[in-house]
Design a protein around this ligand. Structure first.
Ligand code: C2E
Ligand code: MG
Ligand code: MG
Ligand code: MG
Length: 282
């Protein structure tokens, strides 16, 4: 009986850990399989000028399209990719695919939209990263100024020295640098100044309740005016409703992305979206 109880008790504590480990191991082999089988797909969420609602850019967002498991969002595998270092080959694929697509847009539409790609801290710590970006831009004859690399605020805070070096190299190439999820990492303005940034993305958390939350409204307004002083462009993330749009515009925001405008799209659907917006603006 004691034995049974002991086993029962163990069941309460152990399996949770084991389950997590098992899940991590499963995700890791899923990632390896997906890298091997080329199961990744880059989706594109348009970035809009809030004044005339024209597309000025896109953010590339990775998905895994697994033949058995279906479509998986980054939340299902990015953490494990970071922990295992698989984010490096994954990031390589994103860079290559994004650059190829951007070059095609430039050619097809003669437009000069920019493409933002999310970069992980592991990539930023890699001394060869800037070189890879240079090579890919050359391969697709892309002006580096049309490529924006997004780095989360929390990542900057944890890897400042390493990251700073690679960021300087990327700036030298002509790439634009963006701070993602801003407002969640508690970094100060003076801290931000030491990084060569071009764009600041206000985290969705501030937009979500902006109509009801006076503090968030004031914060967004303050971020916008400080960004002007620091010569940063501001993009507001996660705009879902017309009310939120009205409100962020009142706080001075000029660029935005979110479900109100468009979800992340497959390349073909993004093309359609550009075509129809061109027609509208004629
Ligand atoms: P992120 O870079 O902050 O991207 C924005 C996330 O918010 C995306 O989720 C996007 O689909 C979602 N989103 C956009 N508009 C709205 C909205 O109006 N409402 C709501 N509720 N959500 C919205 P997603 O695609 O699941 O990506 C999650 C995170 O995964 C990204 O956050 C980014 O940190 C990471 N990620 C995505 N692709 C890559 C990649 O290629 N490399 C790396 N290292 N990380 C990536
Ligand atoms: Mg991002
Ligand atoms: Mg973000
Ligand atoms: Mg986010």
């Amino acid at each position: 009986r004691a034995k049974a109880e002991g086993r029962g008790r163990a069941c309460v504590f152990v399996p949770e850990d084991e389950q997590r480990t098992l899940q991590r191991v499963n995700t890791e082999s899923l990632l390896r399989e997906a890298l091997e089988g080329q199961y990744f797909e880059l989706y594109y969420q348009p970035v809009f000028d809030l004044d005339d609602q024209r597309i000025v850019g896109a953010e590339g967002l990775i998905r895994m399209n697994h033949p058995q498991k279906g479509l998986l969002a980054p939340g299902d595998f990015i953490d494990v990719a970071e922990e295992t270092g698989l984010i490096v080959p994954l990031g390589e694929w994103v860079l290559e695919e994004g650059a190829r697509q951007l070059a095609q847009w430039h050619q097809e539409f003669g437009c000069d939209i920019t493409l933002s790609l999310n970069v992980s801290s592991k990539q930023l710590q890699n001394a060869r990263f800037a070189g890879r970006v240079a090579t890919v831009c050359e391969k697709y004859s892309l002006p580096a100024g049309h490529l924006v690399l997004e780095i989360t605020e929390s990542m900057l805070m944890h890897n400042s020295d390493q990251a700073l070096e690679v960021m300087k190299q990327l700036k030298q190439l002509g790439c634009l640098l963006s701070i993602d999820d801003f407002g969640t990492g508690f970094s100060s303005l003076s801290y931000l100044q030491k990084f060569p940034l071009d764009v600041l993305k206000i985290d969705r958390a501030f937009v979500m309740d902006i109509e009801a939350n006076e503090t968030h409204r004031a914060l967004v307004k303050a971020i916008v005016s400080m960004s002007e002083a620091l010569k940063l462009r501001v993009i507001t993330e996660g705009v879902e409703t017309e009310g939120q749009l009205r409100c962020i515009r009142q706080q001075g925001c000029e660029l935005g992305q979110g479900y109100y405008f468009s979800r992340p799209l497959k390349a073909a659907a993004f093309n359609e979206r550009i075509r129809s917006s061109e027609t509208l603006s004629v």
